[in-house]
Design a protein around this ligand. Structure first.
Ligand code: EPZ
Length: 418
């Protein structure tokens, strides 16, 4: 199993181009099932999660070409009537359940193995299924599979008990070809939802209200192929800024959307960073010291839960006490144990983490528990005295393309041990 060896690094400096968003690419790849015509997707990050989704598309009959150098994906063709989604592949990622909505919309018979994903919580799909059944689908589960059947979906009024990102995306994809109009109330407002809706509208769909809590989807008879460039990854951008903060560096991020980064920028400014955004660029400069701050993860436009672990790394070496309240996932503090091995002073009380900043962390061997906590260990290791070995880095590579090489280009002392 590969690992990263990370040493205390000099202040990061230089420019980095932010890649396309994993959490936008995955649902948009699934939505290509809504048409047989060619879909051309640009700025698609060559991540392991993306490659698994594309492999599943091929398994069910689509023709897929991925130019990993240019980050361009071309998808076309029909899905096989007797398609079968490989359970082993779909168990590797959470996003495999995003195939349910588009396959149901096209075939009326979605057979989806139970999804996998991080260990950050139970991650049920009850809200996805509530939407499908309100549109007239019949749902059954068994043999590790969810089967969703419908002789033709009808538009419906759907209230989401929680603004679930995945449920909002799955329902939008199912409703795009339904008879009539679907209204999603209390929808997720994340930028990745707006990106999916922009793509569906380019395919000839009729989705209004994305980026708000109230999304209206008018079903159409047919969708055609389209081209689209995936939005930049706001979490990758935040991760690089956190790395600059802990090393006392100054970096420039290229290919970003400033408004997608606002919640992250506001908190990094509270930590002392000087951040300036202009058009699609942003400079982030660390202050002499990291100030303590509090944060509460919330659905967008609140602070993103996916940045929580990286901020815990920052707080671990801040000059004072910080508090994190994690409201989205029930098990997203696993990183605290690893940071404590490095000398961090962290106490967990239910959904709260109390972090007393220490002068410095010390390098040791730690383990990535999930995608974001793995990235947070890199952030901590860049500032820790000595050398840190991070194992189980396959978690990190699910969501960060060549993070060692790209951080290395900014001066980070990080190398991958195969
Ligand atoms: C998406 O996951 C992202 N993944 C996650 O990013 C992100 O953390 C999350 O949204 C929240 O922003 C992708 O887009 C591939 P949710 P998703 O449905 O859709 C509960 C990363 O690191 N819930 O908004 O699974 C659920 O238990 C990953 O890139 C239900 O109760 O998130 C959780 O507590 C991690 N019933 C909360 O909602 C449901 O039917 C948020 O889940 C669905 C969700």
């Amino acid at each position: 199993m590969s690992s990263f060896i990370v040493k205390k690094s000099p202040p990061l400096s230089g420019s980095i181009k932010i890649n396309g968003s994993k959490n936008s690419a995955l649902p948009i790849i699934a939505s290509s099932i809504l048409t047989d015509e060619e879909c051309i997707l640009e700025n698609v990050p060559p991540l392991s999660d993306v490659k698994i989704m594309l492999k599943i598309l091929e398994d069910i009959g689509k023709t897929v070409k991925f130019d990993e150098e240019k980050h361009i994906v071309k998808i076309s063709g029909e899905i096989l009537p007797d398609y079968e989604i490989d359970a082993e592949k779909s168990s590797k990622i959470r996003a495999s359940f995003m195939f349910a909505g588009p396959i149901l919309a096209r075939t009326g018979n979605a057979r989806i193995p139970f999804p996998g994903g991080c260990s950050i919580g139970l991650r049920p799909v009850d809200l996805h299924l509530k939407g499908f059944s309100l549109m007239g689908a019949e749902i059954s589960t068994g043999h590790g599979m969810t089967v969703i059947k419908s002789s033709g979906l009808s538009g419906s009024f759907i209230y989401l008990d929680f603004p679930s990102v995945g449920a909002t995306e799955n329902i939008i994809m199912a409703a795009a070809l339904a008879k009539g109009t679907t209204v999603i109330e209390n929808a997720a407002e994340e930028p990745e939802i707006s990106d999916l809706c922009a793509f569906i509208n380019k395919m000839g769909g009729c989705v209004k209200g994305s980026g708000t809590k109230n999304i209206v989807i008018k079903g159409v008879k047919k969708l055609h192929g389209a081209s689209h460039s995936i939005i930049p990854d706001r979490i990758e951008a935040g991760t690089f800024m956190a790395a600059a903060a802990v090393t006392g560096g100054k970096i420039t991020l290229e290919n970003i959307v400033p408004q997608h980064l606002q919640p992250i920028v506001f908190k990094l400014r509270e930590a002392g960073m000087n951040i300036e955004g202009f058009k699609n660029k942003m400079t982030a400069e660390a202050s002499e010291e990291i100030f303590p701050f509090n944060l509460k993860t919330m659905p967008f436009p609140g602070f993103p839960t996916d940045m929580q672990s990286m901020m815990m790394s920052l707080m671990s070496v801040a000059k004072g006490t910080s508090i994190i309240t994690e409201t989205i996932f029930e098990n997203r503090f696993m990183n605290a144990l690893e940071l404590k091995k490095m000398g961090a002073d962290i106490r967990i009380e239910s959904r709260c983490a109390i972090i007393n900043g220490v002068k410095n962390l010390t390098g040791t061997s730690v383990k990535a528990c999930d995608l974001r906590s793995g990235a947070a260990l890199i952030v901590s290791a860049l500032a820790a005295e000595g050398e840190t070995e991070i194992t189980d880095i396959y978690h990190i590579e699910r969501g960060y393309f060549e993070i060692d090489k790209r951080l290395g280009s900014l001066g980070a002392l990080i190398k991958k041990i195969p």
